[in-house]
Design a binder for this molecule. Structure first.
Ligand code: 2AM
Ligand code: CA
Ligand code: CA
Ligand code: CA
Length: 285
C-alpha cells in the first residue's frame, strides 16, 4: 500500500544513515590494532569490530523500531535464531570482508537488507574504504552515490568477467569442487574470474555492470539480502544455483546481468553442500 511504501522509504533513509556511520567506524577500526579470533574454522575470522559494529547497528535500529526483527551475522554466531518470518526484518552484515578488514585490503562493506512478508524491500551497501554507497528499493531503481545503476546485458560467456568467493571450508573435497567450477568457466573461456573477498561488493559490481556473473556456495542471508534488491533493481537476475528462485537461507546463489548468463553459469556448476542458515533440513534439487 501507499502507507507501507512511505514507511519502508523512511526505514531506508535510516538504513543509509546508520550504514554510513557504521562504515566510518569500520574505516577508523582498520587503522587500529585488530584482535582476531576464529569461529567455525581457522579461516572463519571475527574481530571485536565485527561485534561492536553489529551491536551499534542493531541497538540503534531496535530503539527506533522495537517491533521489528533482526538477523545479523554476529548475533547468529552468538546463538540467535536465524529465521525469516512475515514481520519486518533487518538482515545485517556489519563487516562483509572480515579477512580483508584484518589485512587492510580495501574491499570491506556494511550491508543492510530489509524484508517484509519474506519479500526484500530495500538494500543498502556501504563501501568502507572509499565511501561508495549502493542503494535500492523495490520498484524504485538501484543507485550508486545517487547515480542510476544498470547491469551488463552480455549473454555470451566468452565476453564475461565472472566473480566468485571462497568459503571458510577448505577440506580437499570442497576445494576440488571449487577449482573444478572455476576451471569450467575459465576454459569456456570467460575473460576472467576474480575473487575480491567481499560477497556484497562483488554483487554490487554485478549491479553496476562491471562484471557479468557471480556465483557462490556457503554465503549467508546477510551476504545476499541487500545486494539482491540492488541487482534486481539494476535489471539483473538473482537465482538459486539450481536455476530455481533465490532462497535467502540456502547458502548459495547465482547472479548475473542477463538471465541467459545466469542460466549458463547454473549449467556449469557442481554443488557444494552447506547447512542452511535457518537450520531446516536441506532439500536437494
Ligand atoms: P564475511 O567477511 O562477512 O564473513 C569471502 O570470504 C566472502 O564470502 C566474504 O564476503 C565473506 O563474508 C563471505 N563468506 C562468509 N562465510 C562464507 C562461507 N562459509 N562460504 C563462502 N563465503 C563466505
Ligand atoms: Ca564472517
Ligand atoms: Ca559477509
Ligand atoms: Ca561479516
Amino acid at each position: 500500500s501507499m502507507e507501507s511504501d512511505k514507511c519502508w522509504a523512511e526505514c531506508m533513509d535510516v538504513a543509509v544513515e546508520i550504514a554510513r556511520k557504521a562504515g566510518q567506524m569500520v574505516q577508523e577500526a582498520v587503522k587500529q590494532e585488530k584482535r582476531v579470533s576464529s569461529k567455525s574454522t581457522p579461516t572463519d575470522l571475527v574481530t571485536e569490530a565485527d561485534q561492536q559494529v553489529e551491536e551499534l547497528i542493531i541497538s540503534t535500529l531496535r530503539e527506533r523500531y522495537p517491533t521489528h526483527r533482526f538477523i545479523g551475522e554476529e548475533s547468529s554466531a552468538a546463538g540467535e535464531k536465524c529465521v525469516l518470518t512475515d514481520s519486518p526484518t533487518w538482515i545485517i552484515d556489519p563487516i562483509d570482508g572480515t579477512c580483508n578488514f584484518v589485512h587492510s585490503f580495501p574491499m570491506v562493506a556494511v550491508s543492510i537488507g530489509f524484508a517484509v512478508m519474506k519479500e526484500l524491500e530495500f538494500g543498502v551497501i556501504y563501501h568502507c574504504f572509499d565511501g561508495t554507497l549502493y542503494t535500492a528499493r523495490k520498484g524504485h531503481g538501484a543507485f550508486c552515490n545517487g547515480v542510476r545503476l544498470q547491469v551488463s546485458k552480455e549473454k555470451d560467456v566468452s565476453r564475461a568477467l565472472i566473480l566468485t568467493e571462497i568459503g571458510a571450508k577448505r577440506d580437499p573435497a570442497t576445494l576440488n569442487i571449487f577449482l573444478e567450477n572455476m576451471k569450467k568457466l575459465l576454459s569456456a573461456p570467460a575473460h576472467g574470474v576474480r575473487i575480491i573477498g567481499s560477497s556484497t561488493l562483488a554483487l554490487c559490481h554485478i549491479a553496476s555492470g562491471a562484471a557479468e556473473a557471480y556465483y557462490q556456495y556457503g554465503l549467508h542471508c546477510w551476504d545476499i539480502a541487500a545486494a539482491a534488491v540492488i541487482i534486481r533493481e539494476a535489471g539483473g537476475c538473482v537465482i538459486d544455483t539450481s536455476g530455481g528462485p533465490l532462497d535467502l537461507m540456502s547458502r548459495r546463489v547465482v547472479a548475473a546481468g542477463s538471465r541467459e548468463m545466469a542460466d549458463y553459469v547454473v549449467r556449469q556448476l557442481q554443488p557444494i553442500s552447506y547447512e542452511r542458515d535457518d537450520h531446516q533440513p536441506i532439500v536437494q534439487s
